[in-house]
Design a protein. Structure first.
Length: 215
């Protein structure tokens, strides 16, 4: 397949994915030269990609000094979660209980890995892998709507407040019931679709209450 995106777009997507996954941490200083060297490109498209992130208020650029990843404010975290709830509730409402078998299979797979992870003896591994699984689960919920713009906006929100930060604040408190809250959402999707919105709302209420207390 021919790559139709510009080089700047590709670099922007690369940096965005690193932010979403937590590979780039809040407060981390970004080196334009190092990024360019790692990607085997010139510094110019990297600068343009970073400027786009600055416009989106994801990074802060200090002329002739440094560029660093901004740490979201308490207000930003609250607003991101308010919008995530809206997006996921819309996705669930749109399908009206009719979930494609392949979508259910993906969600079952994520929940199975969540439950298996709860039995892992290494607490560091559990906390780290839980971030990825949580992001996968909620991305699949959004994907139910089959709306490309919704999926793109979901990723955008997670760039501003990535799941690494959320789990740093909430996972130690939620870990005992973490997998089962997601399993309950899946169970409702499969067997009691009319209860799915309520299950989703309970899940987000638990997380947002902890975030309000901790941030």
């Amino acid at each position: 397949m021919i790559e139709t995106r510009s080089l700047v777009d590709q670099i922007y997507d690369h940096l965005r994915n690193q932010l979403i996954t937590g590979a780039l941490q809040y407060g981390e200083v970004l080196s334009i030269k190092k990024i360019a060297a790692d990607l085997a490109v010139s510094t110019m498209p990297v600068r343009e990609a970073v400027k786009r992130l600055e416009f989106e208020q994801v990074v802060t650029i200090q002329p002739r000094r440094s560029c660093c990843v901004r740490r979201p404010s308490r207000k930003m975290i609250r607003e991101v979660y308010e919008l995530r709830i809206v997006l996921e509730r819309f996705a669930v409402s749109k399908i009206a209980g009719k979930v494609r078998p392949d979508a259910l299979a993906k969600l079952r797979g994520v929940v199975a890995r969540m439950r298996a992870l709860q039995r892992a003896p290494d607490t560091v591994v559990r906390a780290t892998q839980a971030v990825t699984l949580d992001r996968e689960f909620h991305a699949e919920i959004c994907a139910l709507a089959e709306n490309d713009l919704l999926n793109a906006y979901f990723r955008q929100l997670n760039m501003h407040v990535n799941m690494s930060l959320i789990h740093e604040k909430t996972y130690p408190r939620l870990k005992d019931g973490w997998a089962e809250t997601h399993a309950e959402i899946l169970r409702c999707l499969e067997h009691e679709p009319e209860q799915t919105l309520a299950a989703l709302q309970r899940h987000f209420k638990n997380v947002t209450e902890l975030l309000e207390a901790e941030t």
